[in-house]
Design a protein around this ligand. Structure first.
Ligand SMILES: NC(=O)c1ccc[n+]([C@@H]2O[C@H](COP(=O)([O-])OP(=O)(O)OC[C@H]3O[C@@H](n4cnc5c(N)ncnc54)[C@H](OP(=O)(O)O)[C@@H]3O)[C@@H](O)[C@H]2O)c1
Length: 250
């Protein structure tokens, strides 16, 4: 049995608590939040606390709080247990206490209200010693089938790539959705196209998969599209169009 305490009550903490509570060989010992109200609904799963000085000895403490708060918060932990954070962009060395350190970064977008299947989520692991890495591997493999050993520098680059493939793509979905709504078109008409775009890059590279007016350098269509857009959307369209044209003419 591996004993774990989770610090935080947000999106990631919520999903980790849900996944760990389903795993037979994991015991969630304590859940911490500075706001007890935010964790009341976990009262049947673990002991709850809002006192960082009351953490009990466990195998693993997971800090799942906002990136910027991690360094200062991590200083307050006086435990000698292995302490990890769950961030894609924060270095392991930003954990500032006197304990073994690591990272347990689940590479997925989490919202409290949306169910996830943890078994398919890549978990990126890092630790400052072999025993800690062994323990993290054991814990990760109890909830996921996809484990990667990734150092802080690589993790930063994954996070950067993820902003392009997830955050920016989602913003483009939002623009597509607005264009549909403004013209009385159901956004769902684009679902099969979105799905196929995602499926295709599993078999051929994104570079090979590119289609569209910019890929063909079809200037008349590009000008026509630009005329239909607000200045802000024109800027986005032009930047992406130039980038695609440059990619295929170099
Ligand atoms: N969401 C994702 O898709 C995702 C994916 C992978 C990794 N991550 C990483 O996971 C971590 C948590 O992200 P999240 O999305 O779960 O964040 P979140 O939903 O915004 O929750 C943030 C949590 O941090 C707590 N917190 C903030 N500042 C604090 C402080 N100074 N002291 C104590 N607690 C503090 C908040 O408590 P209050 O409610 O009291 O403010 C809240 O429980 C981040 O490092 C993030 O980069 C997120």
């Amino acid at each position: 049995m591996v004993s774990i305490s989770i610090l935080g009550s947000g999106n990631v903490a919520t999903h980790l608590i849900s996944a760990f509570s389903k795993a037979d060989s994991i015991h969630i010992n304590q859940i911490y939040s500075r706001d007890m109200k935010a964790i009341q609904h976990f009262k049947n799963i673990a002991n709850l606390t809002d006192d960082i000085n009351s953490l009990e000895p466990v195998d693993l403490i997971i800090i799942a709080i906002s990136d910027d708060a991690i360094p200062e918060f991590s200083k307050k932990i006086t435990s000698k247990s292995l302490v990890v954070h769950t961030s894609g962009s924060v270095e392991m060395t930003s954990l500032l206490g006197n304990y073994p350190k690591g990272v347990f970064y689940p590479l997925q977008t989490f919202s409290k209200s949306t169910e996830v299947d943890f078994s398919t989520i890549p978990i990126c692991l890092e630790a400052d010693n072999d025993n800690s890495l062994k323990l993290l591997t054991k814990v990760a493999s109890l909830i996921s089938n996809k484990i990667y050993f990734i150092n802080s520098n690589q993790r930063k680059k994954i996070h950067l790539a993820a902003v392009f493939v997830n955050n920016f793509t989602n913003h483009l979905y939002d623009i597509g959705n607005s264009i549909c709504t403004e013209n009385d078109i159901p956004f769902e008409i684009l679902y099969p196209l979105i799905q196929e775009t995602t499926n295709k890059i599993k078999n051929i590279s994104p570079k090979q998969a590119q289609t569209g007016p910019a890929r063909r350098n079809d200037q008349k269509t590009i000008e026509n599209h630009l005329k239909q857009l607000s200045p802000q959307r024109q800027e986005i369209y032009s930047t992406l169009t130039k980038s695609i044209i440059k990619t295929y003419t170099e």
